[in-house]
Design a protein around this ligand. Structure first.
Ligand SMILES: [Zn+2]
Ligand SMILES: [Zn+2]
Length: 235
């Protein structure tokens, strides 16, 4: 059906993620014990006492369970809540992966993202750096976010209507734009096999100049990602 080269499907496996995550953190903190669990009910900015929040975006792929269509996005939202009660007790990470819906099957469910090994390592390294910053250095050693690296050419704008995080108003909220290949513009969505790629003129370079003032305006007044003009916040 698709004329594009097929990419191997990498089904998300939380136990494999937890294992890699534990290895990464022990490279920096050999004595540290941390667990990583999925929690589909995690709410942004609703953080239980003693927990800290970290949200990042990543490059990932989606497969529609209705029509088998696949698409990619560099705006897959990942929310983490983290806790370390005592230095001697195990730390905990709860993670929620936000889905996207097939734009051709509007009745369909939000599909969960899948990630390549590269994207997985980036997500987990970012998480580990953030944990070190928040729990082991009192914020003195600032975590440096590894930028999102699109693995395919992305065309068109982010499909906000079909993004679970956008529907909750937390897609990119408070996140810096952190992408490689800036010369290609802030494009974040690609449809495989489309005969007419959607290129939205609002996303051109002129648009970018107005973003920071709009971003400021949109803060604190019911910011909604469903509105394209506010779909990226630069701080
Ligand atoms: Zn579909
Ligand atoms: Zn979104």
């Amino acid at each position: 059906m698709d004329s594009q080269p097929q990419r191997e499907r990498v089904v998300f496996d939380v136990r494999a993620w937890e294992k890699t995550f534990q290895e990464l953190i022990q490279q920096v903190k050999p004595q540290a014990k941390w667990t990583l669990k999925l929690d589909g009910n995690l709410q942004a900015d609703c953080v239980a006492e003693g927990w800290k929040q970290y949200q990042q975006r990543a490059f990932g792929g989606f497969w529609c369970s209705s029509c088998q269509r696949k698409w990619y996005s560099a705006k897959v939202q990942i929310l983490c809540h983290m806790r370390l009660e005592h230095q001697k007790s195990p730390g905990q990470v709860l993670m929620r992966l936000f889905g996207q819906r097939c734009r051709k099957c509007s009745w369909s469910r939000f599909e969960k993202p899948e990630f390549s090994e590269d994207s997985t390592m980036r997500i987990l390294n970012n998480l580990v750096q953030r944990i070190i910053e928040r729990f082991y250095t009192n914020g003195l050693k600032k975590a440096r976010e590894i930028p999102v690296k699109p693995e395919v050419t992305l065309e068109g704008s982010h499909d906000s209507i079909n993004c679970e995080a956008c529907s909750l108003g937390i897609c990119g909220w408070g996140l810096p734009i952190c992408m490689t290949q800036p010369s290609e513009g802030p494009l974040s969505y690609m449809e495989i096999g489309s005969s007419s790629p959607r290129v939205v003129d609002m996303d051109g370079p002129n648009r970018a100049r107005n973003q920071s003032s709009e971003a400021k305006k949109s803060q604190g007044n019911g910011y909604s990602c469903a509105d394209k003009s506010h779909s990226r916040i630069s701080q």
